[in-house]
Design a protein around this ligand. Structure first.
Ligand SMILES: CC(C)(COP(=O)(O)OP(=O)(O)OC[C@H]1O[C@@H](n2cnc3c(N)ncnc32)[C@H](O)[C@@H]1OP(=O)(O)O)[C@@H](O)C(=O)NCCC(=O)NCCS
Length: 189
């Protein structure tokens, strides 16, 4: 099989249907529609399903796209949430992911790769695309919160922040580590 032709587009009103298709009936994962970091816990839980979907749709129609879609041979195969850190209100209350400093960073918080495209080395492409998108939006530094399993197997469905090795490959370096498996990684854009 030939390597697929990869490209990416921001999630906007124009690409919303592709996002819906990728997210499927589960709305990515248990009706999250990737709103986990963008609203506080109670609102998120209560909003699983249609409310979270409507929230994300509103963001997609807004001034700044809430992330990017990756396409393989024109089919949407992956999603990545990337925006200024301040958009992710849940980060505010996290001890492990509290700000490293006062730098106005952007955050890459979530991935979703369609199951049949996993384990094919797509993550670095997505990270680089997210970096290009963030830079275009004015970001100077991109931050991420991957899991570092030290190469051990990990349930893909719990690895929505990505794997640290993928970020290392894309030039990210550890900026803080307040939990053994959850570094904060950064890269200047
Ligand atoms: C986490 C995820 C993004 C990884 O994407 P991917 O395209 O499969 O990753 P890659 O094939 O590029 O692999 C990246 C690295 O992680 C490793 N890896 C991938 N899946 C792994 C797993 N389940 N356990 C341990 N390591 C894994 C790869 O071996 C590779 O390691 P290397 O850098 O040392 O070579 C993907 O599994 C995913 O989307 N999971 C579902 C997340 C989800 O449910 N999101 C919904 C909430 S919005």
């Amino acid at each position: 099989m030939n390597a697929p032709d990869l490209c990416w587009k921001p999630l906007t009103a124009r690409t919303w249907r592709d996002f819906e298709r990728l997210a499927g009936p589960k709305g990515l994962c248990a009706g999250c529609w990737c709103m986990l970091w963008r609203v506080f816990a109670k609102e998120f839980q209560g909003g699983k399903g249609t409310t979270n979907k409507a929230r994300m749709k509103r963001l997609a129609r807004g001034k700044r796209a809430p992330g990017i879609l990756v396409y393989a041979d024109r089919n949407p195969v992956a999603w990545c949430s990337v925006a200024p850190r301040a958009d992710f209100v849940r980060l505010e209350n996290s001890k492990v992911l509290a700000p490293v400093d006062n730098e106005p960073v952007w955050s890459l918080t979530c991935f979703y790769v369609a199951p049949r495209f996993r384990r094919k080395g797509l993550a670095p492409f997505i990270i680089r695309a997210a970096g290009a998108f963030a830079k275009k939006g004015g970001a100077k530094v991109l931050e991420a919160y991957p899991v570092d399993t030290g190469g051990k197997p990990y349930a893909a469905s719990f690895a929505w922040t990505g794997f640290a090795s993928s970020f290392r490959k894309c030039g990210f370096r550890q900026a803080a580590k307040r939990s053994p498996t959850r570094p904060i990684m950064r890269r200047a854009l």
